[in-house]
Ligand binder design. Sequence first.
Ligand SMILES: [Zn+2]
Length: 301
Amino acid sequence: MRILFTTIGCLILLSASQKIPQRKIIDVHFHAHLAGDYGQPPPANPRTGKIPKWRNDEEVIAMMLATLKDNNVVKAIAAGSLSTIRNFQMADPERIIPALDYPDSQNNPLPDTATFVRYFQEKRFSVFGELALQYEGKTLADAELEPYLAICERMGIPVALHTGMSFPNTTYTCCPKFRTHLGNPQLIEEVLVKHPKMKIQLMHLGFPYLQETKAIMNVYPQVYADIGAIDWLRPLPEFYSYLQSFIDGGFGKRIMYGSDQMAWEDAIPLSIKNIENAPFLTESQKDDIFYNNAATFYNIK
Ligand SMILES: [Zn+2]
């Protein structure tokens, strides 16, 4: 019996120690949102079926930050409106890097360019994005964005652009101007030509525009990408074959982990698990995706 107890004790200890994430992680596609942003009550996670338990703004912030901490996510590029990212940043200033969403959940207009520069200098935001322009029927080449992109290039402000697609029925529900072809990463090419020093992150790795995303990343080595949402929302074999194609193509130093957790904090451990379990990734490739590539792109020491 004693031996049995000792064995059980060891097993418990072993499984407990296995739960402690060893790898340091940066989440470059995290959403800072408040309780009303996804409806009340919030919808169930479309992948896990779990309904978020938070009931108010304080609980959303507390649950999201606790999930980051529990999973060893040491930095999160947190996108939201100016007021929301401030709430998250004040709650955990070491972990949260504020990113200015456009459009944001409150449909705030972009600040004028002088105010935009001042907000950046005051560290009210450090990253410009998620730019969800596709939902508005626009691309990064839209004239409205040009003066802001020029500022981002001049001041070294990283730009994070939504690329790829969205949930079924997006065009029929929230966003009548949404079109799938506007998520094609090749549509940013003229902007890259005009702003060669601009730091840019293609969100969702351009999914499902495999060849077009590779073409852009191959010719423009300054372009990085994240795997937010596709790393937990898409069927796993499809996500794996898409990601593996980029790894095989030699892009492993420019692909960054992102959760794009939206309303669902359980997307964070789920997406981390999916990358940890990817059979084609070496340990050092996982380190690159989870931390090193983002540390380079975002200049995180
Ligand atoms: Zn997105």
